[in-house]
Design a protein around this ligand. Sequence first.
Ligand code: C2O
Ligand code: CU
Length: 497
Amino acid sequence: MEHIASTGGCNGGFLDAAGMKGFMIGRRGAMLGATALAAGLILPRSALRAAPAPRTYSLNPAPARQRLNGPQWPETEVWGYNGGVPGPTIRVKQGETLEVAVTNGLKEPTTVHWHGVRLPNAMDGVPYLTQPPIAPGETFTYTFAPPDAGTYWYHSHFNSPEQIGRGLYGALIVEETTPPDVDRDIVWVVDDWRLDKDGRIDPNFAQPMDLGHDGRIGNTATINGGSPEAVPVRAGERIRLRLINAANARIFALEFGALKPLLIARDGHPTGPSELTGPVVLAPAQRADLILDMTGRPGDRVDVVDGRYGVNRRFRLTTLAYGPDAPATADRRRPFAGLPANPLPTLDLAAARKLDVVLEGGMHTAMESATLHGRTVDIRTLFRAGKMWAINRQIGDAEHKDHGPLLVEARRGETVAFDIANRSMFDHPMHLHGFPFRILERDGRPEPRQPWADTVLIAPESRARVAFLAEAAGDWLFHCHILEHHLAGMGAVLRVS
Ligand code: C2O
Ligand code: CU
């Protein structure tokens, strides 16, 4: 059940070079060869083989029209990549080079961020901090080779509440060299929208109520930019379901009825398969990969329900509808073997640079003042200016060139540990650019399996201890992925040199 627009897909002429064990040398390899010849160098064969042609895509962010909410609703004017929401699903093999040319068809600047991917700082897509914004009509080409397999996503990082809120996002799938044995691999990018009764997007993207509370929670939830009444499945099949939460602020907690989803990855990284005992909680920007064994009978139906915001606000996202066909495979009950590990770094926790990170602000805060652009300002003045959140009593500025206070400076290769305390009455999914972190503890208790993640949801009055390797040089953003919280101050910069 994917109706993702697939225009602008792969047009790399040497697409199969990697698949053919690298014996064909692509454009990159040929260039490398020519340069080497010119310089009079002799390169070992392996150096040539290591550089097959990149996989190329083009993305064109621009206004588009789309029916978000089923046939009885009017079309909505959205902003999409290549004519729809979500943008094309970008697929690349682990380690393969990706080249994405972004041509801005909007009336305002934009950038693209590759959420969760380890890449050079200049490719990270944060306006001013890592690149100049892409002006209307201009093209910027992103090039990087994702080292880790898994489920990632891309999205605008300019005027994010509005650009992501209007639909500028898509899935980025980094395929394992040997993909696991499943019958189908399905991507669901879930979102929620604030629409009026004519299906128009509410144009007020910075309402003080949203900034100071839970962010812009909408009234219409979508899967891949639509509202499928039912998603067809087949009895007996094994599905890998990749869930991505692209919402500005809504946290999903998805229940799959009698099915017993197996969690196999979080934020792209394998977790070791574990049967879920509760709903799949997905804060903005988080991903979960599930194995769904369709153990029902032909004709059965399973509602996928969101129950995050209490009994009165439960809703059915869609229904998995078994077709009439007899089971696809006689016996698919063998255990799922798990995913191959990603080449993640080793952390030196004993020598880690430690930092306390305190999240404060929002309605009913006890914080009386905070620092904005180096000046201490009282909370009332800050609230009136739409600045409502602070990290270590410092207010970030997502719209300013420096993006806000320097949180910490680290040396390249250093392990850094953040002890993050949420001293507010609201949830914060905190995201670090550049480096995945391990969640070591929550509220002082060791986190089971200490999973890798790039976004950690921290509940009100709770804490989480995370650690990561400051692997690559540059200025990297650390911010709340409730986009209204980031806009209202909840962002800071980690400098690695
Ligand atoms: Cu999903 Cu600053 O990013
Ligand atoms: Cu937040």
